[in-house]
Design a protein around this ligand. Sequence first.
Ligand SMILES: C=C(O[C@@H]1C=C(C(=O)O)C=C[C@H]1O)C(=O)O
Length: 253
Amino acid sequence: MMRLGIVDYINMLPVVYGLEKNKVKFDGKIIRDVPTNLNSSLSQGIIDVGFISSIEYARGDYNLLPYCISSKKTVMSVVLVSKVPFEEIKSIQLSTEAATSVILLKILMRYAYKQKVSYGKNGDAELLIGDQALKKLIKKPKHVLDLGKAWNTFSNKNMVFGVLASRKNLPQKKIETLLDSIHLSYQWGQDNLNEIIDYAAEKTNLDKKIISQYFAGLSYSIGIKEISSLKEFYTYSKKINAITEIPCLDIYK
Ligand SMILES: C=C(O[C@@H]1C=C(C(=O)O)C=C[C@H]1O)C(=O)O
């Protein structure tokens, strides 16, 4: 049976709610987890396909499938929240759930803001992702940086945080069947977005208006623009030695 790993945040709901709630046919098992765990699960073959961190795609040997998690401008769910004004940050506490966002933050600090900081378990500022980040954001913290927006300002491109990838030896037929299900689930989600917003609001206690604004800023299909953004992100990732090679970005067919 196909084992599909999905990110355990509301960001995935517009794509996977239909699968999870049996709105469309799906013959497989869904495993929900945080990005760093999905990354290791796919690399160890505990799952067959998963929404993994885009940086992990460059670290392992995977097929790239035509879905992603990217932000049009502000992402809202990947934020640096600081106790001190931005220019005074000396140390940053990283999220253990994030991989891409950690590298993105390091790239931005080095090349966009040219600010030297240390990274660890404590800090003047904290990197948060997912629902936790959204919950913090609505409290309107004084010093906050949206990493989707920051990448957009720096590179003029939409940040691709996660990609859908599969193990290399998975039979093509299985991949095709899965992609059909995901496609139908995404379509179902677009046609029934209000139901998904209600569900996400119940799950997180966040305001429906905020969730609707959040979903409107996310995008899930991977095309020429996303590939170009990934290439630029990987180029910087290589410069800071976060990866050794820029991976092949052909979408698996
Ligand atoms: C947009 C987001 O990006 C997430 C961040 C990831 C990372 O930093 O590795 C991976 C997958 C995404 O779900 C989010 O957390 O909401």
